[in-house]
Design a protein around this ligand. Structure first.
Ligand code: AMO
Length: 439
């Protein structure tokens, strides 16, 4: 079949449909919805630039789900349907050609404003359910977030890396690592690009990566995926971990601005409003424990980490105190942080690290790393780990690494919290959890 769109070019209609009033246009789309009114039919066409209303005179025999090439005239209109990309134009179709037919009706009504189906059905039928405008909007927002990070990080001098996902050693410790047989020798799916981004600091000084990472989470929760997209940044020649926090704050501010510009349609469709922010408040881990115990009666003072409930409550508290959706929590106990984290000289029980909470959930871990060779070898030994197993990593330290730090952010968690969805799985295109490997 002859290509409708010349390679590399977009039909002018897709570039600026509203500037095309009175013009004769032709373009391709998929029929999202048909309303037959006897003398004429409304056909909602899903196109590269969103869904447009078109009008065909007389009853039409077209079917929802088919792709068509249409010829017609753009006219002004006053439309209300929220899913329409333009509320001020429609297309009067004079001619069409069917390009593909659909053979089976969708298992659920894709034309309803809300799908309202169980997550199991939503994920089992993902190749279809993602066609719903609200599901699509989630991933347009996620795409804009990824692009926003890329722009903000490159602007700050970070070089983009693409690091291996099959690795010999896990970086984050813990049991949540997938093992695989690599031509007879054990290997793992990467938990994070941590080692590689630290190598990157020795090469480019500032680096980032936006890529999948894998965690063998054995529990089915609303905040865990077994494969997620990690936004990782690492910057060299820092003088404190607070510099990394300031760096992330600046990046996030720009990411939110970019999202607002890029996704005004999707944000409105999903009814999302985003707060402006200049800075992000911060509390130490110990302060958080005191506040959640005093204000909410949660007595988990002796736990070396924050529970999901503590994260939720301290976020509520920060919102009421400072009006902030974000909160940095600093100085996590060293025992809960991986071996590469730098500990405080004043109090070695505390790490020079932080988490960033957003609307009640941890979205980021970050901090300063150990950059001196002897210090990293000693830390490995203190933890009963064999430095020889990490020879490839600490080699970078031996040849000299600048003082450095960085952060890792879960893209699906950020998307989930921006949109206000009940589960992080809704923000993974094809989620992987303990019982889901397909589609
Ligand atoms: P951490 O293991 O805390 O830190 O992960 C960083 C961020 O990744 C997200 N995240 C997850 N998202 C979905 N499903 C999961 N199972 C999951 N696990 C983690 C969270 C979390 O804050 N190397 C460090 C980062 C660094 O210090 O630079 C790391 O990976 O949003």
């Amino acid at each position: 079949m002859k290509s409708i769109l010349p390679a590399g070019e977009l039909n002018q209609f897709f570039i600026n449909p509203e500037s095309m009033v009175d013009a004769d246009v032709d373009f391709t789309g998929t029929i999202y919805k048909i309303k037959n009114l006897g003398q004429f039919s409304f056909v909602h066409l899903s196109t590269l630039a969103g869904i447009f209303q078109s009008v065909i005179t007389g009853e039409c025999s077209l079917k929802e789900g088919s792709s068509i090439h249409v010829w017609g005239k753009v006219v002004t209109a006053k439309l209300k349907d929220k899913v329409l990309a333009s509320k001020t134009i429609e297309i009067q179709i004079s001619k069409w050609k069917t390009l593909s037919t659909h053979y089976e009706s969708s298992p659920f009504d894709l034309t309803k404003p809300e799908l309202n189906i169980h997550n199991d059905v939503l994920f089992d039928q993902r190749m279809i359910s993602l066609r719903h405008p609200r599901e699509k909007a989630i991933f347009k927002i996620q795409e804009a977030l990824g692009e926003g990070f890329r722009r903000a990080l490159r602007k700050r001098g970070c070089t983009e890396l693409r690091t291996p996902k099959i690795v010999k050693e896990g970086a984050e410790g813990g049991a949540n690592i997938f093992e695989l047989n690599y031509f007879g020798q054990p290997a793992y799916l990467t938990q994070s690009p941590q080692f590689y981004k630290e190598f990157g600091v020795g090469i480019f000084e500032r680096v980032f990566e936006i890529a999948p990472v894998f965690r063998a989470e054995k529990h089915n929760t609303s905040r865990h995926l077994n494969e997620y997209i990690s936004v990782d940044a690492e910057i060299g020649n820092i003088s404190s971990f607070e510099e990394v926090m300031a760096f992330e704050t600046g990046v996030l501010k720009e990411v939110f601005e970019f999202l607002k510009l890029e996704c005004s349609f999707e944000l409105e469709l999903l009814g999302i409003s985003l707060k402006e922010f200049e800075s992000i408040p911060s509390l130490t881990f110990k302060e958080v424990k005191v506040i959640v115990s005093r204000e909410f009666g949660i007595h988990e003072e002796n736990e070396p980490d924050l529970s999901p409930q503590e994260e939720l409550k301290i976020s509520e508290w920060a919102l009421s105190q400072w009006g902030s959706d974000f909160l940095f929590v600093t100085h996590y106990p060293s025992e809960k942080r991986p071996f590469y984290a730098m500990d405080s000289e004043v109090n070695p029980e505390e790490s020079l690290s932080f988490d960033l909470l957003y609307r009640g959930v941890e979205i980021t871990t970050g901090g300063q790393r150990i950059h001196e060779y002897e210090a990293i070898v000693n830390k490995l030994k203190r933890r009963g780990m064999n430095p020889e197993h990490f020879e490839f990593f600490i080699k970078a330290h031996r040849y000299g690494l600048p003082p450095h730090g960085g952060f890792g952010l879960g893209l699906e968690r950020l998307t989930q919290k921006i949109i206000g969805l009940e589960s992080v799985k809704r923000c993974s295109l094809f989620p992987r959890d303990i019982s889901r490997l397909s589609p």
